[in-house]
Design a protein around this ligand. Structure first.
Ligand code: ATP
Ligand code: MN
Length: 448
């Protein structure tokens, strides 16, 4: 079916010429001598205004054209006399591709709640909001590849089915096949992170990244947690913690610039309806260096804040969401990188500091979101790594392959993980992470 995308039609330099457009009706108005359709095809936030008259072939079909119908229109593109659009399409013929009974079509003009639209995940992409969010999601994904390709990183694929637990904590969905036997000869799970595998690839290719789905069976019913989410995990040989922090900062800034350059229109839409001052906030983040604070300094500032936090702020406790938000929103008013955490609250693979108490971990916090990136310099010393595996009570034999990378040609290396949906929450101004992924999976919910 030959048709022109509405994005291209609206982007034309001059009006004139016959063309065919197709899409879904956002609204339709009919009077005896004239009719209007506001048409979208998903390609852009703007709609194409279509003007029909009794001379239009099949004008009588307008009786059956309502919000949600799909139509194909041929016509002449002319300058629009009306306000709000540059061009309009004067229809010479109309075809009704798919009807939508106005009594039954669930997406009405009135404003629906996000919760209601989640129950219509198969139709919510027809709304202006969700179409914008999913276009942003596509651009963001491409921006990620763009960043790493420009820096010579290789895109590698970590397995989704794994037999080792990256975090050393039970947050994994088990993978089972019918029957009694272990399908893989031993227990297997869905991955919580591709990091360990990415490390092996980095220790041969130099600079790599994975970008794919990860799974967490944690019962976190928060607006920032999903059971299935997408994570970007760069892993770099010959990077120390400060190099890792530099890369994380450049990465975030580059993604924001990419979005401003490639999908300004949808950002403007989100700013208008969901987050005042969004564009200015993005620009400020791009311009200024990120604040860097050691964990020790951060806990001092938290204790001195005079705030009545729910969780303790003494050295040795984990930094909770409420602390993250205080630091990035109130104390600093921008992104913050916290580094060098107590070893006992972090996984075994992070590099032990000279003090024997801290590890080379770093988290990047964003205002309104909290943790967007978690990363570390990895423990590259065989003996130290082995001791930490033992100390954490992990099965040494299961990690032989990982230890081997430290037995043969080990090098200092680092990496981090960024959650795609958290970044999209930040960019879109949406309030709930379930509204930035097409088909959200959360405890108790895996519809569609
Ligand atoms: P949090 O403390 O917020 O649960 P985490 O410490 O478990 O995060 P990491 O294991 O470091 O997070 O994962 C790296 C990144 O993946 C996080 O910084 C975040 O952006 C994202 N992320 C982690 N868990 C989830 C989740 N359940 N849903 C969506 N994104 C997540
Ligand atoms: Mn978590």
């Amino acid at each position: 079916m030959k048709r022109e995308k509405i994005k291209d039609i609206l982007g034309r330099q001059v009006a004139g010429g016959g063309l065919t457009a197709a899409g879904w009706v956002r609204s339709a108005r009919l009077s005896p001598n004239v009719a209007f359709i506001d048409l979208t095809d998903g390609s852009t936030a703007g709609g194409l205004q279509i003007v029909l008259s009794p001379e239009t072939k099949n004008f009588e079909l307008m009786e059956r054209v309502h919000t949600g119908c799909s139509v194909l229109v041929e016509g002449e593109l002319v300058d629009s006399p009306g306000k709000g659009q540059k061009y309009e399409l004067q229809a010479t013929s109309l075809a009704l591709l798919g009807e939508a009974d106005p009594e039954q079509y669930p997406i009405q003009k009135k404003k629906h709640t996000m919760e209601f639209l989640r129950t219509k995940a198969h139709l919510r992409v027809r709304t202006n909001t969700f179409a914008a969010v999913f276009r942003l999601r596509s651009h963001l994904s491409q921006g990620i590849h763009h960043f790493f390709r420009n820096r010579g990183f290789f895109y590698v694929h970590a397995p989704l089915i794994t037999t080792s637990d990256c975090e050393g904590a039970g947050q994994m969905f088990q993978v089972k096949a019918p029957g009694e036997q272990e399908f893989f000869g031993k227990p297997a799970w869905l991955t919580v992170s591709g990091q360990l595998e990415a490390e092996l690839l980095a220790l041969g290719l130099g600079e790599v990244y994975t970008f794919g789905p990860t799974f967490r069976a944690e019962n976190s019913n928060t607006p920032r947690h999903l059971s299935e989410f997408w994570m970007v995990e760069p892993e770099m040989a010959f990077y120390e913690l400060s190099d890792n922090m530099d890369l994380a900062e450049e990465f975030i800034k580059s993604l924001l610039s990419y979005m401003l350059n490639n999908d300004l229109e949808d950002l403007e839409f989100m700013q208008r309806w969901y987050r005042k001052g969004l564009l200015e906030q993005l620009e400020k983040i791009i311009e200024r260096p990120f604040e860097r604070l050691s964990y020790t300094e951060a806990t001092k500032q938290l204790s001195a804040s005079g705030k009545n936090f729910e969780f303790p702020t003494e050295w040795g406790n984990d930094i909770q969401t409420e602390h993250e938000r205080y630091l990035s929103e109130e104390k600093v008013g921008g992104p913050v990188i916290i580094h060098d955490y107590p070893a006992k609250i972090k996984p075994f693979y992070m590099r032990l500091g000279d003090d024997g108490q801290t590890v080379g971990a770093m988290d990047v916090l964003l205002p309104g979101i909290g943790e967007i990136i978690g990363g570390s310099q990895r423990e590259e010393r065989y003996d130290v790594l082995l001791a930490r595996i033992r100390k954490q009570g992990l099965d040494e034999a299961a990690y032989q392959w990982f230890l081997d990378t430290r037995r043969f040609g080990t090098v200092p290396h680092s990496g981090f993980g960024l959650g795609l949906e958290r970044m999209l929450l930040f960019l879109s101004g949406m309030a709930n992470i379930r509204d930035v992924i097409p088909f959200p999976r959360t405890p108790g919910n895996a519809e569609f």
